[in-house]
Design a protein around this ligand. Structure first.
Ligand code: LUZ
Ligand code: MOS
Length: 755
C-alpha cells in the first residue's frame, strides 16, 4: 500500500515542528555556542546582551534546577557549559526573546573570555594522550597470532572513513508549553521521546510523569535525532520551567551543522591473512573512533563496529580492538548504520588490498568467504545466512561476467574514460546491541463506530513506519485501512520507548501492535462464539465480515464492535513485546545479540572521466534479502535512499575541521551532498523472497539501515576504474573519493597525500 503520508506531504499539509501553530505569548530561544574548541571559561559577560530589545532572559548553567547533565551512556555532557568548553559551538548560554531576530541579535553581544587549552581533533593523537571515552574493547575468535605462519598471503594497511552530516531536511528543534502544576509539554523533533523526557526530568529535577513529549513526525533523523534532539528540547523546557511561557527553538541550518555531532570518523589499521585457496584465515584490526568531546552514543556505535568487523564473511581467526577517542569536536553520534558501515569498510579495504597484492579480483575473495548458516561470528552468534543465496542470485540475474567483459572492452577502446565494477555483499544485525532496549509497546483503541486509533513508540521520520503499523492492524482485524489512524508518539500514552533506531522500530512496535490487536480480537471472537453458538477457534474476520465454520455469518465488523461495547468487553488494549532469545555478555564478548541478520549483494558499475577526475555511477544492481516484504514501495524507497546516502558519504561529502576545531564545511556551499546527478543512472532491485521463519514483523525483514552499506561498492568500483587508467596508482584507503582524490590517484607522483 501507499505511504499514508504521501497525500499530505505532497500538498504541504503534513505538520512538522515548524508548522505547529504559534500560541500567543510564545518566546523564542537561541543558544550561544562557544567560539573556542577547548578552554576554561574565565568570564561570561551578558550585560550588554540582556539590554538588547526584546530580550526576556538569558539562562546559564546556574539556572539549572536539577543536574546540569544530559549524557546518556556516560554522564560527561553538561547541558550548558559551566567551567570549561570542549568544542566550538558548545552551548554556554540560552537567550530567550520575543522574536527569533531579537534573540539572534542579542547573541552577538555576549562576551566570553576563555583561557585556551590544547585542541585535539585527531583520534590517534587522542589515544596516544590517553583521551579515551570508555576503556577499549576486543572481540576475538580463534587465535590470529598463531595463524599468520599458515597464511600464503598477508597484507597490512590503514583505512579511514570521514564523518557525515545527517542533513535531515528538518533541522533540530523543540517547542515547549507550560501545563498545570508545573508539568511541561514538549513537542520535539526527536527519534527518542523517552530520551528527551528522561533527561529533561534530570535537568529540571522533576519526575518523568510531569513531562509530556509529543512527536507527530520528523523531516528526517538518520540517527542525528536519536540522542542529539534532547539538547534543544531541554533548553526550551528549562526556559518554560522558569518563565511559565511557551518557548520555541528551531535551529537554522548553519547552527545545526556547527553545533551538532555527525557520523563518527574512524581511522583504522588492518592485517589480513589468506591461505593459498583465497580463504581468509586471519583478520586483525584496530579501530580509532573519533567520538568528539563527549560520549553521546559513541560507545554503542563502537560496539556495533565490532559486531560488523567481518561484514558478511566467515573468518575463523579474528582479533578486533576498538578505541573510542575523545577530541575537541562536537560529540559525534548515531548515523544510519551506527558504526557498522565504518567497520565493514575496513575489511572491504583489506580484501581489496589483498586482491591487488595477489593479482586476483576482489570478488573472487569475497565470494569464497561468504558466511554460511551455522558459521560463527566473532561474538559467538551463529549465522542464519542468506549470503550465498544473495550472491548467486545476483550472478544469475545480473550476469556480472558479461558486465566485466563489456567493461574490459570499453576500457580497451577508450583512453580518457574508464569503467570499473565492484561487488558489495552486506550483512547487518537487527536488534539494539544493548539487549534491554529491545522492547516496545502499543496502545490500541477500537471506537464504537468501528474506527481504530493506535499509539506506539515508533517515530515516523519519513521511513513509513506508521504505514507499516497500520498494515499490521488492518491485517489482524481484517478491516479496511481507512478505519485506522496512527497517532503521534507521546510519552503520556506510551512509556519507556526505545528510540526509533537500529532498523528495529517496525519489528518491535509492529509486534506490540500485533499483540494488542490479537488480545482485542480474542475477546471479540468469544462474543461471536457465544452469540452464534460456535467455538471461538472457528471464528475469523475477513474483509469486515465475521466468518465461522467456513462461511459468512452475515454479521459485520461495525455490528460486532457495537455489540462488544453493549456487552461491556474491553475494546482497548496495551500490548508489550520483547523479542525472545537475545542475550549478550560483554565480559566475555559473546552472546546472541541480534534477532536476525539481513543480507544482500550489490554490483556497482562506474565511469571515470580521466581528464577531469569526475565520475558517474552507471548502475547499481542489488539482490536484497527482504524475508517477505509487506510494503514493496516503502522498502524500495528505503533501499534507494540508503544507497544514495552512502554513495554521498563515499564520494562527495567531506567534513573539514581545521586545527582549531572549527568546522570549515559549515554550509551547503562548502559541504557537497548527493543530488540527482549523483544518483546511479540505473538502480535495479531484486527482491529475494525467503519463506523461512524469521523474527521480523509479518516476516518482512528490517530495511532501514542495511541498504546503506551497498554504497561502499561505489568507492571500490572507482578504484578499479582508476586502476584501469593507471595500474600503478597508489592510493590510500581513505574516503570520500572526491574528484580531487580521483585526480591525485590518476596523476599523483607517489602515494596519494591526504586531502
Ligand atoms: N542505536 C542504539 C542504534 O542505541 N543501538 C543500536 O544498536 C543501534 N543500532 C543501529 C542504529 N542505532
Ligand atoms: Mo539510528 S543510526 O538512529 O538507527
Amino acid at each position: 500500500m501507499k505511504n499514508i503520508d504521501s497525500y499530505s506531504h505532497l500538498r504541504g499539509e503534513s505538520i512538522y515542528l515548524d508548522d505547529v501553530p504559534l500560541v500567543a505569548g510564545t518566546l523564542f530561544a537561541v543558544a550561544f555556542g562557544s567560539p573556542h574548541a577547548h578552554g576554561k571559561i574565565l568570564n561570561l559577560d551578558l550585560g550588554e546582551a540582556e539590554k538588547m530589545p526584546g530580550v526576556v532572559r538569558i539562562f546559564t548553567s546556574k539556572d539549572v534546577p536539577g543536574e546540569n547533565q544530559i549524557g546518556g551512556i556516560v554522564p560527561d555532557e553538561p547541558l550548558l557549559a559551566n567551567h570549561n568548553v570542549h568544542f566550538q559551538g558548545m552551548p554556554v548560554a540560552l537567550v530567550v526573546a520575543e522574536s527569533v531576530e531579537e534573540a539572534r541579535n542579542a547573541i552577538k553581544k555576549i562576551k566570553i573570555d576563555i583561557d585556551p587549552l590544547p585542541i585535539i581533533t585527531d583520534p590517534r593523537e587522542a589515544r596516544a594522550k590517553g583521551e579515551l571515552i570508555v576503556p577499549p574493547r576486543t572481540f576475538r575468535i580463534g587465535d590470529v597470532d598463531s595463524t599468520w605462519s599458515q597464511c600464503a598471503h598477508i597484507v597490512e594497511g590503514m583505512a579511514e572513513t570521514n564523518g557525515q552530516e545527517h542533513l535531515y531536511i528538518e533541522t533540530q528543534g523543540a517547542y515547549t508549553f507550560p501545563l498545570e502544576n508545573g508539568s511541561i509539554r514538549i513537542i520535539s523533533s526527536t527519534q527518542g521521546p523517552t530520551a528527551v523526557q528522561r533527561h529533561a526530568a534530570i535537568v529540571l529535577g522533576i519526575p518523568m510523569h510531569m513531562l509530556e513529549v509529543d512527536v507527530t513526525r520528523l523531516g528526517g533523523g538518520f540517527g542525528g535525532k536519536e540522542d542529539q534532539a534532547s539538547m534543544w528540547a531541554i533548553l526550551c523546557a528549562l526556559a518554560t520551567y522558569h518563565l511559565k511561557k511557551p518557548v520555541k527553538y528551531a535551529l537554522d541550518r548553519m547552527e545545526d551543522m556547527r553545533m551538532t555531532g555527525k557520523r563518527n570518523p574512524y581511522s583504522s589499521d588492518f592485517k589480513i591473512g589468506l591461505d593459498k585457496d583465497l580463504k581468509i584465515i586471519a583478520f586483525e584490526t584496530t579501530y580509532h573512533q573519533n567520538a568528539g568531546a563527549a560520549a553521546d552514543l559513541s560507545p554503542a556505535v563502537l560496539e556495533r563496529t565490532l559486531f560488523h568487523s567481518t561484514n558478511t564473511y566467515f573468518v575463523p581467526n579474528v582479533k578486533a580492538t576498538a578505541y573510542s577517542c575523545r577530541t575537541n569536536l562536537p560529540p559525534n553520534t548515531a548515523f544510519r548504520g551506527f558504526g557498522g558501515p565504518q567497520g565493514m569498510f575496513v575489511i572491504e579495504a583489506a580484501i581489496d588490498k589483498a586482491a591487488k597484492h595477489i593479482g586476483v579480483q576482489a570478488w573472487e575473495i569475497q565470494k569464497k568467504n561468504l558466511i554460511q548458516t551455522g558459521d560463527e561470528f566473532p561474538f559467538g552468534q551463529k549465522a542464519d545466512s542468506e549470503a550465498t543465496e544473495c550472491w548467486e542470485t545476483a550472478e544469475h540475474v545480473y550476469q556480472p561476467d558479461q558486465i566485466q567483459i563489456r567493461i574490459e572492452k570499453f576500457n580497451a577502446e577508450n583512453i580518457l574514460f574508464k569503467k570499473g565494477m565492484a561487488f558489495m555483499p552486506i550483512c547487518f544485525g537487527i536488534s539494539f546491541t544493548k539487549t534491554p532496549m529491545n522492547q516496545a509497546r502499543a496502545l490500541v483503541h477500537v471506537y464504537t463506530d468501528g474506527s481504530i486509533g493506535i499509539s506506539t513508540g515508533a517515530v515516523e521520520m519519513g521511513q513509513g513506519v506508521n504505514t507499516k503499523m497500520l498494515q499490521v492492524a488492518a491485517k489482524i482485524f481484517s478491516v479496511e485501512t481507512h478505519r485506522i489512524k496512527i497517532y503521534s508518539t507521546n510519552t503520556f500514552r506510551i512509556a519507556n520507548t526505545s528510540p526509533s533506531a537500529a532498523s528495529a522500530t517496525a519489528d518491535l512496535n509492529g509486534k506490540a501492535v500485533e499483540i494488542a490487536c490479537e488480545a482485542i480480537l480474542g475477546r471479540l471472537k468469544d462474543l461471536v462464539a457465544e452469540k452464534f453458538s460456535v467455538s471461538p477457534s472457528e471464528v475469523w474476520i475477513e474483509n469486515e465480515q465475521v466468518m465461522a465454520k467456513g462461511k459468512s455469518l452475515d454479521y459485520k465488523w461495525i455490528q460486532l464492535i457495537q455489540d462488544g461495547y453493549l456487552k461491556r468487553i474491553g475494546l482497548s488494549e496495551h500490548g508489550h513485546y520483547a523479542p525472545p532469545g537475545l542475550h549478550y555478555d560483554a565480559k566475555i564478548e559473546k552472546g546472541h545479540p541480534f534477532a536476525y541478520h539481513v543480507f544482500g549483494t550489490a554490483i556497482t558499475e562506474v565511469t571515470v572521466d580521466c581528464l577531469r577526475g569526475t565520475y558517474e555511477v552507471d548502475a547499481v544492481k542489488i539482490v536484497h534479502d527482504f524475508g517477505t516484504s509487506t510494503n514493496v514501495p516503502i522498502d524500495r524507497g528505503q533501499i534507494e535512499g540508503g544507497l544514495v546516502q552512502r554513495i554521498g558519504w563515499m564520494t562527495l561529502e567531506e567534513i573539514v575541521y581545521d586545527e582549531n576545531g572549527r568546522l570549515r564545511s559549515n554550509a551547503l556551499s562548502t559541504y557537497k551532498v548527493p543530488d540527482i546527478y549523483s544518483v546511479p543512472k540505473e538502480i535495479d532491485i531484486h527482491f529475494l523472497e525467503t519463506k523461512k521463519e524469521n523474527m521480523a514483523i509479518l516476516k518482512s525483514k528490517a530495511v532501514g539501515e542495511p541498504p546503506l552499506m551497498y554504497g561502499i561498492g561505489t568507492y571500490f568500483a572507482l578504484r578499479n576504474a582508476i586502476a584501469a587508467y593507471r595500474p600503478d596508482a597508489e592510493m590510500t584507503y581513505a574516503t570520500p573519493m572526491t574528484p580531487e582524490r580521483v585526480l591525485m590517484g590518476l596523476y599523483g607522483k607517489k602515494k596519494m597525500v591526504e586531502a
